[in-house]
Ligand binder design. Structure first.
Ligand code: PLP
Length: 433
């Protein structure tokens, strides 16, 4: 029985898919925090290059993937699609479970799909140095690699608690030549202010974003780079879904339900937006499910309203499901899902009823992740394991009603640098917060 569906290098997508023009209702625009009017594109040029601002607001359905980006994608793309037959057997389910494996990238997650694109477009625009933030380090590592490949400098603000507790991704960033600061840091006015108030502040993604933006506006030839949330980041991730559509055709099956974990929303968007295109334009009946941690439940418990993307209130206001920009998420092990807001496009899709959302506690997530590792071999990233928890529940439901279901999820990263979290679970010390 064929359980692995591989494409060739020639199948690496030649265009990214932009969901924006296909929404049945227009997406509410980002607002200037002072005037509360839609922000003009020029206002974003202080922190982003013009080519990426154009992508952020583009009405075009498809945007070409430049050849230098495709050439680097070829280091790991197309990624495989696998059928998890041993996991199905363990769950005793009639469901067929497929997963797209983005952990096959050099940095170990989907994040390089956009870091490579962003580094390329910045290089073309004359940027010399990029500033960014990172939580557990998946994004920082991905940008460190991409900037090195295109000859740019990279300056990263890493949430202090992760900087101290997750040394391996920091080492990966150093290996790829980036500079990494624990955030809050002494590098910015905002960081120094927070450290003066509380020298032991452990930081948050919202604070690190504020520091990276301040760094950008205060340094010449520097632009800011974000690893999720924004339209152009979701756009770059759609290579995942475009490949998956072809691979499901190879498998001869049509999904009933499609799952992705949600931090800022980009990995979920990457897998599901090309399927949403089919849902909107071809009337397909897919269930599309975003899965988030119960400890940081922006989609399931947040409010849909305009909010800042960072703690210091320096970003434009975005219409999104949010827990409030001062929300300090508890220190769960899925560090990449600890963000107060959600991509405006993913939020809009939820508001329009095109997708659904579910939340899981981390003990359940690690229980299913361990079962997956023991049947399929791959140790999932704690973030990705949220999607597996929801898939396992859907597969058990299929068993209970005795109906075959085709379930597809994105295994957005491997967990080989998260083994201390697994040890905490395996020794019975993991708790829900
Ligand atoms: C492996 C992995 N999956 C998923 C995510 C969630 O991010 P996003 O929702 O932006 O895709 C992260 C974030 O760091 C991650 O590292």
């Amino acid at each position: 029985m064929q359980t692995r569906f591989d494409l060739t290098q020639a199948d690496i997508p030649k265009a990214w898919y932009n969901l924006l023009p296909d929404f049945p209702e227009p997406l509410p625009p980002p607002l200037h925090p002072g005037t509360r009017q839609p922000i003009p594109p020029e206002a974003l040029l202080a922190i982003f290059p013009e080519n990426l601002v154009q992508q952020e607001m583009s009405p075009e359905r498809y945007i070409e993937v430049p050849n230098p980006v495709r050439d680097i994608y070829a280091l790991w793309r197309p990624t495989p699609l696998l059928r998890a037959v041993r996991f199905e057997q363990a769950l005793q389910t009639p469901a067929h479970i497929y997963y797209k494996y983005e952990g096959a990238s050099p940095a170990g997650s989907h994040k390089v799909n956009t870091s490579v694109a962003q580094a390329y477009f910045n290089k073309v625009a004359g940027t010399k140095r990029l500033a960014t933030e990172t939580g557990a380090g998946q994004w920082g590592a991905s940008l460190a690699l991409a900037t090195k490949l295109f000859g740019l400098e990279c300056n990263i603000y890493m949430v202090k608690v992760s900087y101290q507790q997750k040394p391996y991704r920091r080492m990966l960033m150093h290996t790829w030549g980036a500079t990494v600061h624990p955030s809050p840091s002494d590098q910015t006015d905002y960081g120094r202010k927070l450290l003066a108030e509380d020298p032991h502040c452990v930081g948050s993604l919202g604070i690190a974003i504020s520091e990276a933006i301040e760094d950008t506006v205060k340094h010449p030839d520097t632009k800011y780079s974000l690893g999720s949330v924004l339209n152009h980041v979701c756009l770059h991730q759609t290579v995942i879904g475009e490949e998956t559509i072809k691979q499901m055709e190879m498998a001869g099956e049509e999904p009933d339900a499609i799952f992705g974990c949600c931090g800022g929303g980009s990995n979920f968007a990457g897998l599901t937006f090309p399927f949403l295109r089919r849902k909107i334009k071809e009337g397909k009946k897919y269930r599309i499910v975003g899965v988030e941690p119960s400890a940081c439940p922006s989609l399931t418990k947040g409010e849909l309203r305009y909010d800042f993307g960072d703690t210091a209130e320096t970003t434009p206001l975005l219409m999104m499901y949010t827990l409030g920009h001062t929300f300090m998420p508890p220190a769960i092990h899925a560090g990449g899902l600890r963000y107060h807001g959600m991509s405006p496009m993913v939020s809009h899709a939820l508001k329009l009823g095109l997708i659904e959302a579910q939340a899981y506690h981390q003990t359940k997530v690690f229980e299913v992740a361990t079962q997956f590792a023991r049947t399929e071999g791959i140790v999932p990233a704690p973030e990705s394991a949220h999607a597996i928890a929801a898939v396992a529940d859907a597969a058990i439901q299929a068993r209970e009603v005795g109906r075959k279901q085709v379930l597809v999820f994105n295994l957005s990263g491997h967990g080989l640098l998260d083994l201390s979290a697994y040890e905490t679970y395996l020794t019975g010390k993991l708790q829900d917060v």
